[in-house]
Design a protein around this ligand. Structure first.
Ligand SMILES: [Zn+2]
Ligand SMILES: [Zn+2]
Length: 200
């Protein structure tokens, strides 16, 4: 049985997608950072206790052709087919993605990108990072269990039934600086990235 360890560069590329299979993507390389966010907005938006977001340059996410619906893999079970097969409504146009702007604590809003057909959220865009950066919803990966978070944020609102193991940094709110949290390689990538045009 494979062990759950922090996401190593060797596990990428990894594929993922929405529940119906219309939106498929491939993360070409290791994300810049993977946040496990315990803020109450993430709790509300996902209907659960926290969100796991893999932050990556939009140019390093490749869209793939639609695929049949599947149940993602887990540590103990391989990916398997799900049903019924995708049926698109007659009024659907050819655009597979739907972007919805939701309010955020910062006041700048968040854009949640969903599959137009099954409405599952696959990634988001936040604040200054813009559309050139994607916060991929890790749970949409086919093998999400292979991607561990690098940091816990907003632990001030972490649900008490969920115990942290102390293996990665924890912050009551957001971390004050990337140094000490992000890998050197990621900081370098980010500096180049933020100089690029924001129109991915
Ligand atoms: Zn879908
Ligand atoms: Zn959050």
């Amino acid at each position: 049985m494979e062990k759950e360890t922090p996401a190593a560069i060797t596990i990428f590329p990894l594929e993922g997608g929405c529940a119906c299979g219309q939106v498929r993507y491939r993360l070409e390389t290791r994300p810049l950072i993977v946040h496990c966010c315990h803020c109450t907005s993430c709790q509300r938006e996902t209907g659960t206790a926290f969100a796991i977001n893999a932050v990556i340059e939009s140019t390093l996410v490749t869209r793939l052709p639609p695929a049949p619906p599947s149940v993602p893999a887990s540590r103990t079970q391989a990916i398997k087919p799900a049903g019924p097969p995708l049926t698109r409504g007659e009024d659907e146009d050819s655009t597979e993605l739907k972007t919805i702007k939701t309010p955020s604590e910062s006041g700048r809003g968040q854009q949640i990108v969903r599959c137009r057909t099954c409405q599952v959220a696959v990634w988001s865009h936040y604040g200054a990072a813009g559309s050139r950066t994607r916060f991929m919803r890790v749970g949409t990966l086919d093998e999400a269990w292979k991607v561990q978070p690098d940091v816990h944020i907003y632990t001030q609102s972490k649900r008490s039934f969920f115990k942290l193991d102390g293996l990665i940094p924890e912050f009551e709110e957001f971390y004050p600086m990337k140094e000490g949290v992000w890998r050197e390689e990621s900081i370098g990538r980010w500096e180049v990235h933020m100089k690029s045009d924001d129109k991915a």
